[in-house]
Ligand binder design. Sequence first.
Ligand SMILES: [Zn+2]
Length: 557
Amino acid sequence: MTDPYWLQRATSLAMDALLARLDLERGARPYFWVDYESQPPQAQHAYWDICDIAGRFVDGLVLARLITGRQDATEAEAQLRRFLWAQQDESDGLFYNPDDEQPATNAEMSKYIPAAGVMTSRRHLDLFCQRSPLLAMTTLMQLGDESMRPRLQKMVRGLWAIAEHRGDEINFSTYRWAPALRPEWAAPVNVPEKWVGYRHALLTGLARYAQLSQDPVAIDLALGIARYYMKHGDVPPDGRFRANTHSGGVLPVSVGVARLGLAFGQRELVEWAHRVYLWTRENTPDFGFLRDGLGLEGFWSGTCETCGIADFIHLAVLLTEAGVGEYWDDIERVARNQLLENQYRDEEAMHRLFPGLDERVLAMLKGGFECAARPNDLLTWKGAEGCCIGGGLRALYLTWRSALSETADETRVHTGVSRRTTHTQVTAHEPRQGRIEVEVLTPRQVAMRLPAYARLEDSSAWVDGKPVSPQWEKGYALFPALKPGQKIALCYPLPQRRQTYTIADHEYTADWLGNVLIEISPSGTHHPIYRRRPQLEAPLVDAGATWREATAAPILW
Ligand SMILES: [Zn+2]
């Protein structure tokens, strides 16, 4: 966290966890579930492995390679992709959960247990599980893999064929689908069958594909789903929803709605998604503890799932880049705090918690992200879901790629994230120092944003070690006419503050330094988090040279 390359390091760790979860003896089928109620913890194959996790992992690996430059494990990756493509039906392009699915050996394998009495063991389509293959294919298509286009075209037409069309609204009336609908699918009593957002969450990827391809069927399908969800979904017109943020699909759908509104010039869609963002933000502690059950009662109203953080950051990035609002500080604060702290890193804690922990299972946990975090603790539930490795990598990617934007003659640095491009090398030193440095590699102007908590009059600007008085433009310091080799810096004091929070009826006290939460009390007891004070005092190991991140313009999510 105190390393300027915290984001690259976290990504590399997550990539290790992802690779460890591939079962190479079963064609790289991922393990969704690590059950840590059984002692020692066991990895288990589960319903979600097949389409959802395989799709997230194909996507996540590509994004992780862009951030870290890592080129290892290409054979495992190729196997994983073959595994995912094998689930796509050749005739309708949809991704099916196959016939031979075993009934869950552990009923608690996930918070979305195939609901009691709902048959999931026969080959069928799970609409939530269409989401991550869409993300994966759209990511690959953006990298120039043209073999994705026919796959996507077929899938979109497959979705179109099974959807309900009423006027200009389109929806999926059941969460599961097969040529012969089972009666319990049509009369859902449990989650996730009941959630409207869950079966339309695929809008995240569909909207991006529609925007990229301009495929007319994809555009009509995506806009039709957006219209339906805005009217009949989980969000009232004022945006003040009570629902499960990620797992209920609200935020994944909202990301799609925002993108469609921006891509196709539909203002009411953008405003709707903005209301969802503002309400979520208002109900989320500023360090990014996004509750899964927002405004609900019960267990999930007091826990944070990393996948939800990815959606929240995604929505913030889209709205900010479009100029609808300015949420750069939200993005950086959430990423540096709850996102990063949701990552399992403390091996000692894991060994203490799970005596006899197998090295292979440890490798699946370490670097993975929590699906049910407490504000001060991880690993307090029943098991570790694999989805959050994909979610964590997406959140890291969105933070990394949005940190700066560049044109032929200007770089704008929006957040304090170290990153190298063909034009600049940015090094951010928070929380050790309030200092962002830019080394210029091609002639250009650089604009650097001052974090919202810092006062302009307390800041200082430097060019090649000499103080300068830059011109300011909407919170950005301008450094014009720079030549290759010049180094500039923006410095600011890091204020300390103490704040109390009440989360799910528990009180917490947090100590902040700038945008970084340093310590939270009371401390957790399983895998305590926010214990950053000792790191601040430890000597800095600058390992920036080990990252060979992609320097070309990144793919746009
Ligand atoms: Zn998750």
